[in-house]
Ligand binder design. Structure first.
Ligand SMILES: [Zn+2]
Length: 439
């Protein structure tokens, strides 16, 4: 037996994760797989060797040491594919719709991040908050300043996070101090890519045009140049969040048939591109999003908070477009993926559509891994994937633990968690087999 296999650890507890089963028509259906008395076998490099009933896994790895987490739930780490780290401290600013909210609160706050010591201090708290909510991977907007992204990467490296980070690119329609010319932006992005892209197989760079209205054609062309030099770069931006914004985009880009065509024209669509929102996307835009395998992140707490609209999930599902869930902090009001799933469910209720607990859980785990092009590595407990997981103690939540006693199936329990759970149940978080957080 080689050294990696001789050092396998078994994490023993109740295990839940999502697998994709094929329906009779050949479509993948997110399916909840549970092992009430389960074990997750993790090798010395932090990758999964097996998952299953404890008795069976123990037979296969008789020599393995056992970490006893009986009485706890072991779930895949959550993935948040859309949030803004400089907005951590402006969650819940009262009374505005998107464009005024940006002007009145966001731009003002992000300007402060020209100060590296604020970026450093906030990065540290930001990562602690992610872990405390069971989030192991994320795709994050920094501010316009090189140092805001660089220092977040540095903290993520040190803390063991899996993270995609982008320095925001914007050269118009915001306060002067937040703007950066296309050439300087290009140089800063290039420096970040050289320093961080692919670091330790955990950290990656994303080109991050804030949204079309904040970018000149010159800036978009320079970003396109970078994308063609480094085709495996991620791209993240916002799309069609409010009707007012869609109207404004029409005025700013008169030659373009629709909002998406701007991103299309500059070569941004593709499997490593994540669009936040797309609430008001047209049928043609949804079709092109699906055809190019571009990913959409639905951010329900943000959409409700800013009054942006009700996300038409079914229209995307019909075209087989990939949609996952994100918090969009600080437009969003909670970092907790449970709360995000909760609000996503309610939005579909208002639209008179139904969404299953499995689909919601998928959209925060395996589906979110797909949206950041990492489904081969994370999202569930298939053999060979990285052991990114959270250990939950339902006993920490009085009402929820009482509720667990009154419901029978794991599916009902999962749904009750979506309606009631929060960060108090997160006890420990592991990334690639290594403990990175204890409550
Ligand atoms: Zn956002």
């Amino acid at each position: 037996m080689d050294k990696i296999l001789s050092n396998v650890k078994l994490f023993r507890g109740e295990i839940w994760h999502i697998i994709q089963k094929l329906s009779p028509t050949g479509l993948p259906v997110p399916t909840l797989k549970c092992f009430e008395h389960g074990a997750l076998a993790v090798n010395a490099n932090g990758f999964i060797e097996a998952v299953g009933a404890f008795s069976e896994v123990k037979k296969r790895f008789a020599q393995a040491s056992v970490v006893n987490l009986e009485g706890h739930l072991i779930l895949p780490g959550f993935i948040d594919p859309h949030l803004h780290f400089p907005q951590l401290d402006i969650i819940g600013c009262y009374g505005e719709k998107l464009l005024r909210w940006l002007e009145r609160y966001t731009f003002k706050e992000e300007t402060q991040f020209s100060n590296p010591s604020l970026s450093k201090e906030t990065s540290c708290r930001f990562i602690t908050e992610l872990f405390a909510h069971g989030i192991t991977s994320s795709m994050v907007f920094a501010a316009t300043f090189f140092s805001s992204a660089d220092l977040l990467f540095k903290e993520a490296l040190h803390r063991g996070c899996r993270m995609i980070v982008g320095k925001v690119s914007m050269d118009r329609n915001a306060p002067e101090r937040l703007l950066q010319g296309a050439e300087e932006d290009f140089d800063d992005n290039q420096a970040l890519i050289k320093k961080w892209h692919g670091k330790e197989g955990r950290l990656y760079c994303a080109l991050t045009p804030r949204f079309a209205p904040a970018c000149s054609k010159r800036l978009l062309s320079k970003l396109q140049e970078l994308k063609s030099c480094f085709p495996d770069l991620y791209v993240q931006t916002h799309h069609s969040e409010t009707l007012e914004e869609v109207k404004w985009v029409k005025k700013l880009f008169p030659g373009f048939p629709d909002y998406l065509s701007i991103y299309e024209r500059y070569g941004f669509l593709g499997p490593r591109t994540v669009l936040a929102h797309s609430i008001h996307a047209t049928e043609s835009e949804i079709r092109r999003i699906a055809e190019t395998k571009t990913k959409v992140v639905h951010c329900p707490t943000s959409n409700l908070f800013l009054g942006s609209g009700l996300f038409p999930l079914n229209r995307f599902a019909k075209r087989k477009a990939s949609v996952s869930l994100g918090s969009d902090i600080g437009g969003g009001t909670s970092l907790s993926p449970w709360t995000t799933m909760n609000e996503a469910y309610k939005i579909q209720q208002l639209l008179k559509e139904n969404i299953t607990p499995e689909s919601l859980f998928y959209m925060s785990t395996l589906g979110a891994a797909t949206s950041i092009d990492m489904a081969h590595l994370i999202g569930n407990f298939e053999k060979g994937k990285a052991a990114d997981f959270q250990v939950l103690n339902i006993g920490k939540h009085r009402l929820l633990s009482r509720r667990f006693k009154t419901v029978e199936s794991a599916k009902e329990r999962l749904f009750a968690m979506m309606m009631m759970a929060d960060d108090r149940i997160v006890e420990e978080v592991f990334i690639q087999g290594r403990s990175v957080y204890r409550a």
